[in-house]
Design a protein around this ligand. Structure first.
Ligand SMILES: NC(=O)C1=CN([C@@H]2O[C@H](COP(=O)(O)OP(=O)(O)OC[C@H]3O[C@@H](n4cnc5c(N)ncnc54)[C@H](OP(=O)(O)O)[C@@H]3O)[C@@H](O)[C@H]2O)C=CC1
Ligand SMILES: Nc1nc2c(ncn2[C@@H]2O[C@H](COP(=O)(O)O)[C@@H](O)[C@H]2O)c(=O)[nH]1
Length: 316
């Protein structure tokens, strides 16, 4: 049987009566693990999106972040963030290098507040082993596991011990997985299925094109949203500015791209140039204003209003 599935661009939310006098009254904050954050969206843990400065800037602003896992000394990063009085949020893989990094953290007596297990398909035996190992070694860390795209996978990751689950396979802007392997699920269907299947928070990862997609992801049941291309190209984003014919750009490349891997092996990502857009402050302000507006259209005062928002499909 072939089923029809939906992406953010295929649906809209149905307005309700607004109950606030100003959009400023709408609260966009979210409790995620041990902390509360100003917004339910954060930059992808990709080398072309975040670096140490990006992470520090987001943490200082009260937004969530996750450092990427590529050539990063997780021990040094965790110590540096915690010495500054900020929370540490690291990414790990499933191989021996991760086992070594975790052993170093343990030996140094460090506990990152958040750990993200970051692999393309976390519904696998290697991820199961690593999730169980992390939960045993770092019971005080909030463990995010991903990525997955089905209810069955979400239930498995929850049963293995994940405190939150990141959903989204092959929906990213620099993803070529769907072309190279044939596998992908559109985001509305992915997030709805996964969020309905588990008690733990679900993070909707990838495919955010319009700011309104944040509200749609939350309406599907997501608690948090991860986005890459949305946050690429700013002063505060990772990567150098490139000048071509007098125009300025920044590189945005996939974690499974040749550029990130250093070799053309199992490549499932590409590199693109995104327009250089200066300081990120304007984007962050606008994201918050737009989400506050979404909450007001949903007839509420905080993000819980979006969870009940009715969704309609648009035929094109
Ligand atoms: N969200 C998404 O849709 C996707 C995200 N990515 C991102 O790209 C990065 C690289 O991801 P990933 O390839 O998982 O990580 P790695 O390249 O770090 O692979 C991790 C380990 O898992 C093994 N592995 C990876 N994929 C498979 C598979 N399909 N079957 C069996 N074993 C596998 C690898 O072995 P071996 O290489 O020998 O197979 C390797 O030992 C990550 O940051 C990930 O988030 C990548 C693709 C899709
Ligand atoms: N298939 C691949 N997916 C990737 C790769 N690198 C990162 N990602 C995923 O994309 C999102 C960001 O998507 P965007 O639409 O917001 O730009 C990111 O968080 C990862 O889940 C890759 O090389 N291949």
């Amino acid at each position: 049987m072939i089923t029809t599935e939906l992406n953010y661009g295929d649906v809209y939310l149905v307005p309700k009566k607004t109950v606030v006098d100003s959009r400023k009254e709408c609260d966009t904050s979210v409790q995620f693990g041990p902390r509360r954050f100003d917004m339910p969206i954060y930059p992808s843990n990709m080398k072309s999106v975040v670096d140490e400065e990006t992470c520090e800037a987001f943490a200082r602003l009260g937004w969530f972040y996750t450092m990427h896992r590529f050539n990063v000394d997780a021990c040094r990063f965790t110590a540096a963030m915690q010495e500054k009085g900020l929370f540490a949020s690291i990414s790990v893989g499933v191989n021996e290098d991760t086992m070594q990094q975790l052993a170093e953290l343990k030996a140094a007596g460090l506990t990152p507040e958040y750990i993200t297990l970051d692999v393309a398909n976390a519904w696998c035996v290697k991820a199961e082993r690593m999730i169980k190992h992390i939960k045993q070694q770092f019971p005080g860390s909030f463990l995010i596991g991903g990525n997955i795209a089905t209810a069955e996978a979400a239930r498995d990751l929850e049963s293995w011990g994940c405190d939150a689950i990141k959903a989204g396979i092959a929906g990213g802007r620099v993803c070529i997985t769907k072309n190279k392997t044939g596998f992908h699920r559109p985001m509305v269907s992915t997030v709805k299925d996964c969020a309905a299947a588990v008690q733990v928070p679900v993070i909707a990862d990838g495919g955010i094109v319009e700011h309104g997609d944040m509200a749609k992801a939350l309406a599907c049941g997501a608690s948090m949203i991860m986005a890459g291309s949305l946050f690429a190209g700013y002063d505060e984003s990772a990567g150098e500015i490139v000048e071509i014919n007098g125009k300025h750009y920044k590189e945005y490349f996939g974690s499974a791209s040749q550029f990130n891997k250093g070799a053309y092996v199992n490549v499932e990502g590409k590199k693109i140039l995104v327009e250089y857009k200066g300081s990120i402050g304007k984007l962050l302000r606008e994201l918050k204003e737009d989400l506050q507006s979404s909450v007001s259209y949903a007839g509420g005062r905080d993000l819980s209003a979006l969870k009940d928002a009715a969704m309609i499909q648009v035929y094109r």
